[in-house]
Design a protein around this ligand. Structure first.
Ligand code: MBD
Ligand code: FE
Length: 288
């Protein structure tokens, strides 16, 4: 891929992710979806500010460093990379706290690239893809059940993923809308069988603010290859998760810290070509 393609990608992804967030999670207003209690804001804002004071004292932060931070924070907003920054470095702990006592399948972070309203597909389906879509064909099948193993017919699996270049439709330019995105409805036994291609590892855009932080700190910018899923059924809690590939690059070094052992697939060769795997989902009952 050319340098200019990469640059266009980085700039476009940040802005699109910001727009996406404002549309889906704040109703387009930019205001928080839910009011947060004053006492709670006091507690949390004080805790964050006090933690920052502590860092300044403990590490003897200089004015040069303070100003570098200030200009970096400004640029994150200008690049539209706050969704990316927060989902890469903070969301995994929010997810950990939110799901600590939930039964059923493990989940993990949503990340910045979910788009609601993907094309609805039958229980046996192929994700929308280009005629010449690159990548290893991949058959992903399984069953969605409730906590007691009760099959959930009509459950919905929303899937989204990067392509063989590690790029997401609707966030990187030049990819058809809804490419490798779909909304699969399970059959009368709660089963599904989706044909797709295996995604490539994902690299945080190198020319944006998050990429500059990574370079300045000497970190790496990669997430292991992954499939994103939201699994939902009437009367059950929605499961937001990701699935990874055994022996995949960066599995033990995810920049977003979102890998869990339960989420690593071990695909086998599919006699019909490519690879296949079976993975079942157990949904927790709706909280009372
Ligand atoms: C991704 O594809 C992703 O899943 C996360 C969590 C952050 C950035 C890009
Ligand atoms: Fe992702």
């Amino acid at each position: 891929m050319s340098e200019t393609t990469l640059k266009a990608t980085a700039a476009a992804s940040g802005a699109s992710a910001t727009e996406r967030f404002l549309t889906d999670k704040t109703g387009g207003s930019g205001a928080p979806a839910k009011d947060v209690d004053t006492a709670r804001v006091d507690t949390l804002a004080t805790a964050v500010i006090t933690a920052a004071h502590d860092v300044v004292r403990r590490h003897q932060v200089t004015y040069d460093e303070y100003n570098a931070l200030k200009s970096w924070l400004i640029s994150v907003g200008q690049d539209g990379e706050w969704p990316l920054f927060l989902d890469v470095w903070i969301e995994h702990v929010v997810e950990e706290v939110a799901t600590a006592s939930r039964e059923g399948s493990k989940g993990t972070i949503e990340g910045p690239y979910y788009v609601p309203g993907a094309p609805t597909l039958d229980s046996v389906a192929t994700l929308p893809m280009r005629d010449d879509e690159a990548g290893t064909p991949f058959l992903f099948q399984g069953q969605v059940t409730g906590p007691a193993g009760d099959p959930l017919p009509g459950a919905v699996l929303e899937m989204w993923q990067a392509d063989d270049d590690g790029l997401y439709a609707q966030f990187a330019p030049g990819i058809p809308e809804w490419n490798l995105r779909g909304r699969i409805v399970t059959d009368e036994e709660g089963r599904f069988a989706v044909t797709t291609v295996q995604p490539a590892p994902y690299q945080i855009p190198t020319d944006g603010s998050c990429g500059r932080l990574i370079a300045a700190a000497g970190w790496h910018a990669w997430r292991p290859a992954h499939l994103h899923l939201k699994v939902s059924a009437l009367g059950h809690q929605i499961l937001t998760t990701q699935l990874y590939f055994k022996d995949g690059a960066y599995l033990d070094a995810d920049v977003a810290s979102a890998v869990k052992p339960e989420l690593v697939l071990a695909p086998r060769p599919n006699p019909a070509g490519g690879n296949e795997v079976t993975y079942d989902f157990t949904l927790a009952p709706e909280a009372l």
